[in-house]
Design a protein around this ligand. Structure first.
Ligand code: HEC
Length: 401
């Protein structure tokens, strides 16, 4: 191991660099889009994905054509300050006063005719068709749209949070252009400049150092665009992930993390600059028996699981880009090595697989647990635990169902 330490850091990272950078960027972007705040006095929950989804659903489902979120009068009572207030309603023909708690709000959405606010007509509000998750997200958002501050008083944290949510609910404009352009630029740049011909041509013209500097500059510009794009893109929900998607992610993420940890810390003939390892008697050892591209597989798995468990457009597009980069990276490395690696690469290729465990299942390799050791799985588990605990603070979304 130690004699590979230098190689390992420079080359394994280089191979998976684009996808890894995007992983970090997507994380930072999400963290920037869901800033977590805390206050000892008034400590509302952070602006989670669920709250933001709920707020934007209010607009998408047409609720805002009758209800306002800023207190202004429309055809129906404003949502602002609804939660916790006293409502005078007609229930079964009789007038009564109730406090608008979460249950009242849910009931008002699912059965608008159950409690009709005095001064409004029964039957005016249509009964929306909502999935359970959507209903929960909308009620949570309605509960978080706090009452406006008394005139002159500084707003509390909850009131600020409520105003932010109201802004999200009403945000129809905003633009996806920067995020989409930067994602396309980032992915396109890596595919274009790592393709053999353009690369050789440019390196020949500019020289290796200038080429690499230019490449890095463009890549970092695209990353900056991704981060800024997250902020300017409107929050749009493409789908509401079912609860099993959350469970699946929780169950499979340890494997994704393990593949990354083991991939980045194992010398690999498929990694840039390590082709000389092919000369070893048995180059496909340890994690490489499971996959030829463990780190890229881990990133692809991470991206796929997060696409499944997230419904917002910006997140989905970014995870998809990371998925395309990591899968594309594997295909690209394989084709480059096939052209230059000769027989030794072919032998390595034949005893390994891209898809984890495929070479083992098809009898081309055998699983040797002793080669995997305990340290890497343990590191992956610790990382998993740390991410579980910090996910909510970092990204505003709890990974737990
Ligand atoms: C066509 C107009 C209209 C639309 C669209 C509409 N509502 Fe309403 N809503 C009303 C009216 C009118 C009332 C008051 C009468 C009543 O209680 O039924 C009301 C009452 C409510 C209440 C109770 C409010 C209070 O002040 O006690 C909630 C909560 C509510 N609507 C949620 C929603 C949600 C969520 C949506 C979108 C899925 C929605 N409404 C769409 C007209 C509408």
């Amino acid at each position: 191991m130690p004699r590979y330490a230098r190689l390992m850091c420079s080359t394994a990272l280089a191979a998976a660099r684009p996808a890894l950078l995007l992983l970090v960027a997507a994380s930072l972007g999400l963290a920037a889009a869901h800033p977590a705040q805390a206050s000892p006095v008034d400590d509302p929950p952070p602006l989670s994905g669920q709250l933001m989804q709920g707020a934007s659903l209010l607009r998408q489902r047409g609720c805002l054509s009758c209800h306002s979120v800023d207190g202004s009068p429309r055809a129906a009572p404003s949502f602002r300050g609804l939660f916790g207030s006293q409502r005078t309603v007609i229930t079964d023909g009789r007038e009564r006063t109730v406090v608008a708690d979460e249950e009242y709000i849910r009931r008002s959405i699912v059965r608008p005719k159950a409690d009709v606010v005095v001064g409004f007509l029964s039957g005016q509000m249509p009964t929306p068709r909502l999935a359970e998750g959507e209903l929960t997200a909308m009620s949570a958002a309605l509960c978080a749209l706090a009452a406006p501050p008394a005139s002159g008083a500084p707003p509390t944290k909850s009131q600020q949070r409520g105003a932010e949510l109201a802004a999200i609910a009403e945000k129809v404009d905003g633009s996806l252009t920067l995020l989409l352009g930067s994602l396309l630029g980032f992915v396109g740049l890596h595919f274009a400049l790592s393709a053999r011909r353009p690369r050789a041509l440019l390196v020949g013209k500019l020289g290796e150092p200038v080429f690499l500097a230019l490449y890095s500059l463009l890549a970092f510009m695209a990353l900056g665009g991704i981060l800024l794009g997250f902020r300017s893109a409107p929050y749009v929900v493409w789908w509401t992930p079912p609860i099993w998607a959350r469970h699946l992610s929780l169950a499979v993420m340890p494997l994704a993390l393990y593949l990354m940890v083991a991939g980045f810390s194992t010398p690999n003939p498929a990694a840039a600059g390590q082709a000389s390892l092919l000369a070893q008697a048995e180059p496909a050892r340890g994690i490489l028996r499971i996959s030829r591209h463990p780190a890229l597989c881990g990133i692809a798995l991470w991206a796929a699981l997060h696409m499944l468990a997230n419904g917002d457009r910006s997140g989905l597009l970014s995870f998809f880009a990371a998925f395309v980069l990591s899968v594309g990276g594997m295909l690209h490395i394989d084709s480059r090595r096939a052209a230059s690696g000769g027989e030794a690469w072919q032998r390595f290729f034949d005893t390994t697989s891209r898809l984890p465990f495929l070479a083992i299942l098809t009898g081309r390799n055998t699983l040797k647990l002793s080669e995997l050791g305990l340290v890497r799985p343990l590191i992956a588990l610790v990382l998993y635990g740390a991410l579980l605990v910090s996910h909510h603070v970092l990204y505003g979304v709890s990974p737990l169902p």
